[in-house]
Design a protein around this ligand. Structure first.
Ligand SMILES: [Zn+2]
Length: 79
């Protein structure tokens, strides 16, 4: 079998933690607060948590979703 050049070998794979552990996928709530003090919350956000050290990572698409929600809050505040 030839190895592909894909960055994500399979769904739900977060790669390997620098400590040597692997990331386990779980679903969490993410809260954020913008500079104006208004806060928002995203539920059921997929997150990778290292089984050894507890380090947490998010996929790029998830980060963009959080960022988008954050900007949405800012835009809403400005109008
Ligand atoms: Zn780790």
């Amino acid at each position: 079998m030839s190895a592909g050049a894909g960055e994500e070998p399979r769904l739900g794979w977060y790669g390997r933690c620098p400590c040597g552990g692997t990331y386990e996928e779980r679903w969490v709530d993410v809260r954020f607060t913008d500079p104006h003090g208004s806060s928002g919350r995203l539920t059921d956000v997929p997150q990778g948590a290292c089984v050894l050290c507890g380090s947490r990572v998010y996929k790029l698409a998830v980060l963009q979703r959080i960022e988008g929600a954050f900007k949405g809050a800012l835009t809403d505040e400005a109008q």
